[in-house]
Design a protein around this ligand. Structure first.
Ligand SMILES: O=c1ccn([C@@H]2O[C@H](COP(=O)(O)O)[C@@H](O)[C@H]2O)c(=O)[nH]1
Length: 289
């Protein structure tokens, strides 16, 4: 008798979603200014309505949605309840979610974060979560294990889109490797035999210019998805994506939040902005995987 098949891994599900919809993730970032522009109150009811509208308009049309936890957390327990509703709506729409929580802690506490964002049945679980490796990549083990067991994924910060990140991420350790290159090598080892794409992804900003080469970071070897924020409001576009990712461009899931959300609340305009962003990032990224 053959063993029952486990869950379909996140990497495979994401590869399918990018094939179907293009390599774009739209961020759900209910900034106070966007809430005002959408005529919504800056409270938990406002962020809930904002998130649900984005899911209603873009669900089933883009590869993934990425709620930014900070904008829900700032409204306390009601804000987190709003995030739960947004995640449930995306799940019902069949659209993958990346919960942008950027968690990282000592292993025993990391197990708690893993349960919150990656366990079956947790109301805050998405299909993947963003993690920070600066307490040591090994401290992420509880999240890596739970993600693997539940068919979910992680995106580990590698080269972030903000200029301040370089001071830490470009630093060279005693083994002669940059911090970013070490993080990428750890992800590559975990994704080694995955087909078509592993489930341990990295965050590499589309704004990082020459940093991939300068830090000796081998993105092509990662064999996992590369979440690329910085498209749109932070200034990156087609040219920057092609330049930053080169031969690894087929693994990239470009991410834009304000660049798309600013077109709302009109559903047609929001849909149009997302379609334009998909066209732009596809031109830069789709040639090969
Ligand atoms: O390096 C990083 C990691 C994460 N982010 C997040 O992405 C969005 C970007 O929003 P835009 O409005 O498209 O600028 C936001 O949630 C950040 O926390 C990032 O920008 N850079």
């Amino acid at each position: 008798m053959t063993a029952p098949a486990g869950p379909v891994p996140f990497g495979a599900r994401l590869a399918g979603a990018m094939d179907d919809h293009g390599p774009l993730c739209v961020g759900i970032d209910p900034h106070a200014a966007l809430l005002e522009a959408w005529s919504l109150p800056d409270d938990a009811t406002g962020v809930r309505e904002f998130g649900l509208r984005v899911v209603e308009v873009l669900g089933g049309r883009v590869a993934a949605l990425k709620p930014q936890v900070a904008f829900f957390e700032r409204h306390g327990s009601r804000g987190l309840a709003a995030l739960e509703d947004v995640l449930a709506a995306a799940r019902a729409a069949g659209t993958l979610t990346v919960v942008d929580a950027k968690r990282g802690d000592i292993g025993s506490t990391m197990a708690g974060y893993a349960e919150a964002f990656l366990a079956d049945g947790s109301p805050l679980a998405g299909d993947a979560v963003t993690l920070t490796p600066y307490l040591g990549f090994g401290s992420l083990r509880p999240a890596l294990d739970l993600a693997s067991g539940t068919g979910r994924g992680v995106f580990v910060l590698c080269l972030t889109s903000n200029p301040e990140g370089a001071r830490v991420q470009h630093a060279v350790a005693a083994d002669g490797r940059s911090v970013a290159a070490s993080v990428a090598a750890e992800a590559a080892a975990l994704n080694a035999d995955a087909e078509p794409l592993g489930s341990v992804g990295l965050v590499v900003g589309a704004t990082v210019g020459d940093a991939v080469r300068a830090t000796g970071t081998d993105l092509s070897a990662v064999n996992g998805p590369l979440l690329a924020p910085g498209v749109g409001a932070q200034g990156a576009g087609e040219r920057e994506l092609a330049a930053v990712f080169g031969a690894a461009r087929g693994q990239v899931l470009a991410s834009s939040s304000r660049g798309v959300l600013a077109a709302g609340p009109d559903a047609g305009a929001l849909r149009g902005a997302a379609a334009a962003a998909v066209a732009e990032v596809s031109a830069a990224l789709r040639p090969a995987r």
